[in-house]
Design a protein around this ligand. Sequence first.
Ligand code: 1QQ
Length: 395
Amino acid sequence: MKRTRFVSSFLSVMLAAAMLGGCGGQATNSSGGETAAGGDNAGSGASGEIHAKIGVVSFLSGSGAAYGEAQKAGLELALEELNAANQGKLKIELIFEDSGGKKESAINAVNKLINQDNVVAIIGPTLSSEMFAAAPVANEAETPIFGISTTAEGINDIGEYVFRNSLPESIAIPTAMKKAVEKLNIKSAAFMYAANDDFSVSGFETMKKTAEELGLENKGELTFAIGDVDFSAQLTKIKQLNPDALLISGLYKEGSMIVQKARELGIQSTIIGGNGFNNPQVFAIAGEAAEGLIVATPFSPERQDEKVQAFVKAFEAKYGKQPDQFAAQAYDALYIMSQSLLKAGEADRNKLRDALAELKDFNGVSGKLSFDENRNPIGEAVVVVAKGGKYVPFE
Ligand code: 1QQ
């Protein structure tokens, strides 16, 4: 069991005091500081302005880099807007680390951000598997770590410094499956999932449980691995099983290749995917085969909401393309950090943690957000279907 927070806070304060001669570690509130700049106490260094360094661990290279790119784009847009709006009150600095989707790299990045860069909080890492590996490090160091795409069950059980605004698959998947079963004549299901990825396994378990609850006949469960490129053996079997629905839990690269191959082999089943499919790379990889694919997401750029449309417009102006769910959740996360830092009154890890825990009815582009007692988001998913190269509401 973890030490009580009071004891460990006390110990880290003592340690910081011993190491830094009484100067607070990550607290970089510039009031009273930065006097060396030739008496310049106006502008961004003005007295009272909070300076907060936030680390970001993201999947920026390799087979899932489109997730990380979307996250970085969402964060940088929010950073620009927030630093302009918060002038004189709060200045946020982001420090990006590329984990390449690997657990070991995520752990190293978290250690570096906490011990070397003295960040007040960490956003990311991208994958649940990375979060399971790296969040215990942040939690032990009493540094808030905030998932923006981690949707597996059990993420927040790591500890009280772990948060996420990414809607868990246990909410998103049942929403998609119920709607599909209601609208299409689905009576049976088969499953394919990546057995070497925590998120994909967790998503599969939710899919299987939901299918049981919906009374669907289970026609079979087949696995693949992240990194695989040939899925013909599994899909030949799926074709024989002929399920009404094929449920796929995986990341976009392998998931989209499966969708493409399934249609190539003439599989007619309705395909329902998990969170991994919420990226436009699905259309680049699967092409026309993506048509009809059903997914649930908390974000749709089509939503006729003033805030959502303003975000879509600003994103398109900056990047020349529409934001996806990963960009939207990243964008919201930085707004949540900003609001919570202003509430905390200084860039202090424990004060920020407490402010985050109190978040209620945050009105973001990926919906309204409050946390439950386990710091999980309470939110709703919309169900979308692939049509003409993009996702549109499934009505
Ligand atoms: C997780 C996910 C992935 C799809 C994130 C990219 O939801 O790993 O939890």
